[in-house]
Write a protein that binds this ligand. Structure first.
Ligand code: NDP
Length: 492
């Protein structure tokens, strides 16, 4: 008999639900059914799929409260934050469904002069079945970044939620089945890491993984055995940089929300701040004034740490920073309790300490003074992670955002890129590769298919053994004529 496990409320320890520990056999069965469903789903075409996805979107929106309550119970995050997260996931679903045809549908492209006797077409066909492995910190928004886009691209999905949030995963699949009955286009398998590993070995056509860098490497290694492609959305150590001309109130507000919201358990959360020396003290005062108002407690602005083992990591980072000369202007070693961590603001932390180099995933932030924005960019770019970034500057925001090594950046606001469905989401370096969201997120779950159609016989046929020496000479003349001169480009 399949064993079961419990998901717990991290604030109280109460049991929220029990779920099966699915092994390889159960995962294989789900993937087999998904392949059948994928045949039906992909044959529907974009318009009909959009109708189905819009129906699901309606169910999600009407039951937003129910979904948010379950997210609150399983993660401990405040109900309003859960509602915000679920609402943004619904917005992405709507965008993916609406734009799939435009991005992926068949379109004609120019065949070029050499092949002018052809018509050329490109379209993006579904992969088949996509395995989605998700984390617990944003149990709806994060996996939906893969699920919604993979479904809209015409794939069936088998989703393995985190062992801490299996109920949210189950709820999403059940609500889909109500909106789209009869075909298991979205299924959930539950369990621990081994269930995720089984999904990697199940013959799915792609695995979309979101989680830590270490697990991402294991997922990639397992998928390599069957040459299964992967998208890896991994951890981050995002910076916020503050220029001397920045709106300091707005920057301080963004730093506190970016670092502390969701108790700091955000892949694109602000973990490091580099601030121009001319405005450093005023900025820090603004951060402290705001962070002092944030309490981690039942009913507070931030909830508990969802994964108990993360408490040790957060404690270790704070201890390491303070033992090596760092100062806690707020919080500190005593801020780490049994379930809750109080906001912690660290300054004078050595750049090679773990609070600066590793993902902390708690409501903590390091703030360092820099002499120039060049120094801020170079310190920002010293990280092996490169997920998101935030820049506060009146004059140079976009310039600095472009120079920071990251997949995404927000200027004069924080994490806003994640809420804009047309923007691709993902990182580089240890933060992973591949993209969810936006047109790139749709293409991530599709195979480009190129078709060239000969419309009439060309005077010069190149792909035949009957080609003559005269044809070869004509071809050489043509290439010289077309590409032999270096053209003068118009001035921009
Ligand atoms: P983990 O890497 O621990 O787990 C992620 C998922 O992988 C879980 O479902 C987990 O299952 C599963 N898993 C564990 N071992 C294996 C395995 N060997 N093979 C396949 N799957 C496996 O991450 P967390 O859940 O702790 O999530 C937090 C991390 O996610 C942070 O590093 C955060 O930065 C990152 N993240 C990245 C985002 C991005 O978009 N870049 C967004 C959100 C979070 P189980 O839980 O059952 O062990």
């Amino acid at each position: 008999m399949t064993s079961r496990f419990e998901s717990l409320d991290p604030a109280t320890g109460d049991v929220v639900g029990t779920h099966p520990v699915d092994g390889q056999a159960e995962v294989d069965r789900a993937v087999g059914a998904a392949f059948e469903a994928a045949t039906w789903w992909s044959a529907l075409g974009f318009h009909e799929r959009q109708e189905h996805l819009d129906r699901w979107k309606g169910v999600l929106a009407r039951r937003l409260g129910q979904l948010a309550a379950l997210m609150h119970d399983e993660t401990g995050k405040p109900y309003a934050d859960a509602q915000l997260e679920a609402g943004l996931a619904i917005d992405h679903l709507g965008w993916a469904a609406k734009h799939a045809q435009k991005v992926l549908g068949r379109r004609r492209v120019s065949p070029g002069l050499l092949m002018a006797n052809h018509a050329a077409y490109v379209e993006y066909q579904p992969l088949g079945v996509v395995g989605v492995i998700g984390p617990w910190n944003y149990p709806a928004f994060t996996p939906m970044g893969s699920i919604a886009y993979a479904l809209a691209a015409g794939n069936a999905v088998v989703f393995k939620p985190s062992e801490f949030t299996p109920g949210v995963g189950r709820w999403l699949a059940d609500s889909f089945a109500e909106a789209v009955p009869g075909h298991p286009v979205l299924q959930v398998v539950t369990g621990f890491g081994e269930t995720g590993a089984a999904l990697c070995r199940s013959g799915v056509n792609k695995v979309a993984f979101t989680g830590s860098t270490a697990t991402g490497k294991r997922v990639m290694a397992a998928c390599a055995e069957s040459l299964t492609p992967v998208v890896i959305e991994a951890g981050g150590k995002d910076v916020l940089v503050v220029d001397e001309d920045a709106d300091l109130d707005a920057a301080a507000d963004a730093a506190v929300w970016g670092a502390m919201s969701n108790a700091g358990q955000t892949c694109t959360g602000v973990e490091r701040v580099y601030v121009h020396e001319r405005v450093h003290d005023e900025f820090v005062a603004g951060v402290l004034a705001r962070a002092r108002e944030v309490r981690a407690e039942p009913g507070g602005q931030i909830g508990p740490i969802t994964m108990p083992s993360q408490l040790d990591v957060i404690r270790d980072h704070i201890d390491d920073a303070t033992q090596r000369g760092g100062q806690a202007l707020l919080g500190g070693p005593d801020a780490v309790g049994e379930a809750y961590v109080q906001p912690t603001v660290l300054v004078d932390v050595p750049e090679d300490s773990r609070a600066v180099t590793d993902e902390t995933f708690g409501p903590t932030v390091t703030i360092a003074k820099v002499a120039s924005m060049d120094e801020a960019v170079s310190r920002a770019n010293a990280s092996r992670y490169a997920l998101g970034a935030t820049v506060f500057s009146r004059r140079r925001g976009v310039e600095l955002a472009r120079r920071i090594r990251s997949g995404m950046a927000s200027v004069n606001s924080v994490i806003s890129f994640a809420a804009i469905p047309s923007l691709p989401f993902g990182g580089v370096g240890d933060s992973g590769f591949g993209r969810i969201h936006g047109p790139d997120g749709l293409r991530e779950f599709a195979n480009p298919k190129s078709v060239a159609v000969q419309r009439f016989k060309a005077p010069l046929t190149l792909t035949t053994f009957t080609r003559t020496a005269k044809d070869d000479s004509l071809f050489a003349q043509l290439i010289t004529m077309l590409h032999g001169r270096t053209p003068t480009l118009p001035k921009r």
